[in-house]
Write a protein that binds this ligand. Structure first.
Ligand code: PGA
Length: 249
């Protein structure tokens, strides 16, 4: 049976000390969660915490993930962080294409595809976020929109070794931080569609849902066919709610 993957996206919600204190003060609890049967736990703090977080969790099964990466390998790109450095400090996952990066950093689908290629070269699993706006959702154009977001990414995936793994996180923009999630029937249709597309490639993949995931809805979401895990923002910032969410799931 496939493992359920829980990705904690801490965004820029915590300072350096606050984030590291969560690891230091709760390392045994987090370690226990990461060792639950058929469970995989990925924690994504900001860049400044990654190295210390990887060291603090080195004896656990917790995976450390970054929240973004440069689309370039190396060079004169002030302010960016390359995939090589992420791999060197122990990151095994990296979120790319989060709607907040698409919005505030103006990332395009082509940029995100290039980021995936950089991560693939370093053996880091990309967590590729896709999702439609409220308007696209209301116009019932979600599936076509998701296909358009994925097109350049699949071209990048197609050019990599089939041993390479990737994760796709469907996060409707209107669901993030809003307390609203799509109807179950709608999610069923979307995930069958995503699964069918991914299946045409020989690579290993996982499909996650993200957007207002809480301890109360995690179980229901994970009963939907082809949802193999959850991307969690707000509810991952406190170990109590993260633990409740993983144990309820
Ligand atoms: P949320 O955020 O769980 O707070 O809605 C999810 C995300 O943006 O990854």
């Amino acid at each position: 049976m496939t493992k359920k993957t829980f990705v904690a996206n801490w965004k820029m919600q915590l300072s350096f000390h606050d984030a590291l204190d969560i690891f230091k003060n709760n390392i045994e609890r987090l370690d226990t969660l990461s060792r639950l049967p058929r469970t995989e736990l990925v924690i994504c703090p900001t860049f400044t915490e990654l190295y210390s977080a990887a060291l603090l969790t080195s004896d656990t099964r917790i995976h450390i993930g970054a929240q973004n990466v440069s689309s370039f390998a190396q060079g004169a790109y002030t302010g960016q962080v390359c995939a090589t450095s992420l791999a060197e400090i122990g990151c095994t996952y990296c979120i790319v294409g989060h709607s907040e990066s698409r919005e505030f950093l103006h990332e395009t689908n082509d940029d995100i595809a290039k980021k995936c290629t950089q991560l693939f070269y370093q053996g880091i699993t990309p967590i590729i976020c896709i999702g439609e706006s409220q308007e696209t959702h209301q116009q019932k154009k979600t599936l076509a929109y998701l296909e358009q977001q994925l097109e350049p990414i699949f071209q990048a995936i197609d050019q990599t070794d089939a041993k390479q793994e990737y994760v796709i996180a469907y996060e409707p923009v209107w669901a993030i931080g809003s307390g609203n999630i799509p109807a179950i029937e709608e999610l069923e249709t979307i995930f069958v569609h995503l699964y069918t597309i991914c299946k045409t490639y020989p690579h290993t993949f996982k499909l996650l849902y993200g957007g207002s995931v809480h301890p109360e809805n995690a179980h229901k979401l994970l009963t939907i066919k082809h949802i193999n895990g959850l991307l969690i923002g707000g509810a991952s910032l406190h170990v109590d709610s993260l633990e409740a969410l993983i144990r309820n799931a």
